[in-house]
Design a protein around this ligand. Structure first.
Ligand code: ZN
Length: 222
């Protein structure tokens, strides 16, 4: 299979990080596609917003149902009967972690990319993120990149433009790409399913807001 190096597939959720990655990809590649996953997330509005943003960006939008993930594993993001951890436990990661999510997402994305002849796969994971999810770490991504290449005898390249950025730096990137307002108003990151600035209370909203405030402050002082 000949994979085209000028094409990229963005693993896209309609949140702040993957939306920033989508516009990063549009700047760096000639042809950009998105793949969005239904995995039993409590807030299906996420998918609607993702579709809207993809349409606005003029890129192909592909939705894939992988809700088996929430049947075989447990997470407070997919199970309404579990109370969401508000903070990161000292010795572990919060129960908002969805076991295997990025492994499944990226593996399926690679199969889809191969079908479309796409070499580059972009994901918005970040090791700097507060939560310490193991499948957001650089060593996992590098390991999976090797594995997917071995699995299909291909030369995919997994890109993680946000890996070493904190939230303030991710906002800075969105601003540089000219999409700060779009990311701020049209994405959904809130664990309670409220778009834009969100509920303001959940861990995800707090992280997002702190990053934004920090970035806007640093911009003012320039
Ligand atoms: Zn929230």
């Amino acid at each position: 299979m000949i994979l085209d190096n000028s094409k990229a597939l963005v693993v896209f959720s309609g949140g702040q990080d993957s939306t920033t990655c989508l516009f990063w990809a549009l700047k760096n590649f000639k042809e950009v596609h998105t793949i969005t996953f239904l995995y039993g997330q409590k807030h299906s509005l996420e998918v609607e917003l993702a579709k809207k943003i993809a349409q606005k960006a003029g890129v192909d939008f592909h939705l894939e149902d992988v809700s088996f993930i929430s049947r075989i594993g447990t997470s407070s993001l997919t199970d309404t009967s579990i109370k969401m951890d508000q903070e990161k436990p000292a010795d572990s990661f919060p129960n908002t972690f969805v076991p295997g999510r990025n492994m499944f997402f990226l593996s399926i994305a690679a199969v889809y990319a191969r079908e479309k002849g796409i070499r580059n796969i972009v994901t918005g994971v970040s090791q700097t993120d507060y939560s310490g999810y193991p499948d957001c770490r650089d060593n996992f991504i590098k390991s999976l990149n090797v594995t997917m290449n071995l699995a299909m005898d291909e030369q995919f390249i997994l890109h993680t433009p946000l890996m070493w950025l904190d939230k303030a730096q991710t906002w800075a990137m969105a601003d540089e790409l000219g999409v700060l307002d779009l990311v701020r108003n049209e994405t959904l990151t809130c664990y309670n399913g409220i778009p834009g600035d969100g509920c303001g209370e959940c861990p995800s909203c707090k992280l997002r807001r702190q990053g934004l405030e920090e970035y806007l402050k640093s911009k003012e002082s320039k």
